[in-house]
Design a protein around this ligand. Structure first.
Ligand code: APR
Length: 226
């Protein structure tokens, strides 16, 4: 089976009702990113940061995977599919995709503030200040904040390097190192970008499917499944 690698971003979940980050009305616009998504913010105002992530977890409970998520899961009948996502929601999982790598963490998980290897699934949507890890430290969102390392890149790069087909869905390719993944693709493989806009990919022959995730993945299936 050919290896199909899909790099997804916030636009993948837009049709599920989760706002993107840089479109107008995006998430960060109500919050200065330095106020809520950096280790300094967590140290300075854990109450605000914790409330921001609790609100996002609560919102996620009302969201369902969209046709784009389910379409990608269905492609597993025809391809060996790897999803590499910048998203912290669990919509790819709930749509049935079986190989998912989260580059920027997972909203439904929390981890020790002193031992990053201690990661647990949060029961419900609310993390409370005072919820401690076994070593006695405050549990924190299992999210990669701006300025923090992206350990999952180590696994993501070889996956992209082995792709026979690369698909990019719903990311403005603004945030590195995630955005740089596309340049690890082997020379000459087919690359499709599904996005109403045209995020720049400086590789010859990229095919843009300028549609939302739901319609775009449908179109991709028509192209890939002869
Ligand atoms: N379907 C597909 N793509 C869409 C849709 C849709 N319905 N609606 C918007 N988009 C596209 C936008 O055109 C844009 O290119 O989704 C992209 C969203 O870009 P961003 O908001 O920048 O989100 P993303 O690229 O995932 O951000 C990367 O930045 O804020 C950090 O850690 C956060 O993982 C995030 C990272």
């Amino acid at each position: 089976m050919q290896k199909l690698v899909v790099l997804t971003g916030a636009g993948m979940s837009a049709e599920s009702g989760i706002r993107t980050f840089r479109d107008n009305g995006g998430l960060w616009e109500e919050h200065d990113v330095t106020e809520v998504a950096t280790p300094e913010a967590w140290a300075r105002n854990p109450k605000l940061v914790n409330r921001f992530y609790n609100e996002r977890r609560k919102q996620l409970l009302e969201c369902e995977p969209n046709a784009g998520h389910t379409g990608l899961a269905e492609l597993e009948k025809h391809f060996d599919v790897d999803i590499i996502t910048q998203n912290v929601d669990d919509l790819h999982e709930r749509a049935g995709s079986s190989k998912i790598l989260h580059l920027h963490g997972e909203l439904k998980k929390v981890r020790s503030s002193v031992d990053p290897s201690y990661v647990v699934e949060l029961d419900g949507w609310e993390l409370k200040l005072g919820d401690k890890c076994p070593k006695g430290s405050q549990l924190r969102p299992h999210i990669v904040w701006f300025g923090e390392a992206v350990p999952a890149m180590e696994d993501a790069i070889p996956i992209v390097e082995q792709a026979d087909i690369l698909v990019v869905v719903g990311t403005s390719l603004n945030v590195y190192p995630a955005a740089g993944l596309v340049y690890y693709a082997q020379e000459g493989i087919p690359i499709y970008v599904i996005d109403p806009a045209r995020p720049e990919v400086k590789i010859k022959g990229v095919e843009y499917i300028q549609k939302g995730a739901g319609e775009g993945v449908e179109k991709l299936k028509e192209i890939l499944i002869k």
